[in-house]
Each structure stands twice: as C-alpha cells, then as structure tokens.
Design a protein around this ligand. Structure first.
Ligand code: DGL
Length: 280
C-alpha cells in the first residue's frame, strides 16, 4: 500500500486521454500530470531534445513524490523510455506503444493502419512492436501533420478538420485497412472525426484502456496501490495555465486544477523544471 501520487506526462493535453482511463480504473489514486506545452509538438523535435525534456519532467515528478511514472506520449516513449528505466532502476515506468498487437489479431483483411508522429515511427520501439506482433499482417503507417496542433487548440471536430483528415488518411483507405491504431495520445480526442472519415467498417483502437490495466497490474505486483486516497489530480503545464484549463475543460468536461512550471532560459537539462511563483 502506498498513497504517493502517480506521475503522468505528455508534450501537451494528449496525455489526458490516458489520465481519463487511469482515473476510471484506479479512482483512488492521486495523479500529477505534466503537460510540456512549451515544447509541443514533440513529434517535430530530435530524439535527443525529447529525451532531455523527458529527463527533466521525470526528475520533477520524482521530486514531487511519484511512486510510478506513466509516459503518456508515444513520441516520448519511443525516445526516452529505455534510458529512463536505466537512469531510475527503482521506479516503475509504464510507456505507450502503438497497439499493433490487438489490431493484427482482430484484422479480418490482414491490413492495419497506424497513425502516429514521424518520431514514433522512426524509433526502435515501433520496429520491435511490428516485428513481434504483425507477422503476416500488412502494417500501413501514416503521419497526420497538424492534428496534434488542432487538438492542442481544442479543435476536435467539424467539417474543416474532417476535410483535412480525409485527404491525409486516403492512402490508408486505399490500402484497404480494417483497423486503425491511434499511435499518439492526442488522437483519441478526435476519435469521432476520424471515425467519420474512415467509415464504420474500420475499427479504431485507442491503447489508453490497456495502459490503465497495465498500470493496475504493475501497482498490484509491487504493492503500490493506494487504498484510501481521494483520487485527486493536480496538473502542471510549461505553457499557459489558463489555456490549459480552458482546453482541458473542453476536452474532458471537467475542471482540473493547474499550476505553471518553467524551464530556465528556454533550455532543458535534468532537474531544471520548477513551479512558477504565483500561478495556479
Ligand atoms: N501525445 C504525443 C504522442 O503520443 C504527441 C506528439 C507530439 O507532441 O508531437 O506522440
């Protein structure tokens, strides 16, 4: 039993799709959520840069007592999950990997689509997932430039977004996919728009519920479950706290408390992320 918080982080609001599933399955846990909105999108940055940000965020979450850290970002998991486990061998980490396994198992036509950032596709993690789980199944990958930015702005639906997505996803439809894996934690917020574009015959897979189940297993195995916690959430953003509040309210229809955090002088190295004075 352990009532310390669970740390969760993403480049932005995308990780809230994972946080929602965590709170549904583990409602007694306390959560600290960091959105590195000063640097979103991570998908356009180098692996070294994303790694440095992840190291700084994890250091912040550990200084605030996190007992387990969830890397609620596919791009960050691809860049930093292994080094984080090496640097912090005593801390359990749960990372994201595109849900190729269930998609490959369920595909009737043997053709699945995965959408994610370029950085996610380039990482060894994605190659290893495809190697392990997609035997005999064709995996068609595609980036969706701009979608993270739309969601960061709270734009998750409407004809303009769908028209853009239709153009971007046409190659996947032409390839005959019948499963579409959401390989970025922002994308579940545009799930309805994506479903409208790919049509009812394509099943969309969001890995967030599986990540919540995996977290529950890790907590139980290590005897880290909270028994009488109040189930609170405290968010931090390196961007604008008011904007985070507004967008998260729109996406989740709940009010989340948020405080500002700052990277010094626009750069990030381990341990330099601090709470801003007088915000929140
Ligand atoms: N939520 C991140 C992911 O899962 C977004 C990527 C980005 O910031 O570009 O990959």
């Amino acid at each position: 039993m352990n009532n310390q918080p669970i740390g969760v982080f993403d480049s932005g609001v995308g990780g809230l799709s994972v946080l929602t599933e965590l709170r549904r399955l583990l409602p007694n846990e306390e959560y600290l959520f960091v959105a590195d909105q000063a640097h979103v999108p991570y998908g356009l940055r180098s692996r070294e840069e994303v790694r440095r940000y992840c190291f700084g965020i994890v250091d912040f979450l550990l200084r605030h007592g996190s007992k387990l850290v969830i890397v609620a970002c596919n791009t960050a998991s691809a860049a930093a999950l292994q080094p984080l486990r090496t640097i912090h061998p005593d801390i359990p980490f749960v990372g994201m990997e595109p849900a190729v396994k269930p998609a490959a198992e369920e595909s009737r036509r043997g053709v699945i689509g995965v959408i994610a950032t370029e950085a996610t596709f380039q990482g060894e993690l994605f190659a290893s997932v495809v190697h392990r789980y997609a035997r005999g199944v064709k995996v068609v990958t595609h980036t969706v430039p701009g979608l993270v930015e739309w969601i960061e702005a709270g734009e998750t639906e409407g004809p303009a977004l769908e028209a853009r997505l239709r153009l971007q996803l046409q190659p996947l439809l032409d390839a005959g996919i019948d499963e579409l894996v959401l390989g970025c934690t922002h994308y579940p917020f545009a799930r309805q728009a994506l479903q409208n574009v790919v049509g009812p015959d394509v099943k969309i897979i969001d890995p967030a519920p599986a990540i919540a189940r995996r977290t529950a297993q890790v907590l139980a195995k290590r005897n880290l479950c909270s028994v009488d916690g109040a189930g609170s959430v405290l968010c931090f953003t390196s961007g604008d706290p008011d904007a985070f509040s507004r967008i998260s309210r729109k996406l989740l229809e709940v009010e989340l408390p948020v405080r500002g955090i700052r990277w010094p002088a626009g750069s990030a190295t381990e341990g330099e992320l601090f709470e801003s004075e007088g915000e929140g």
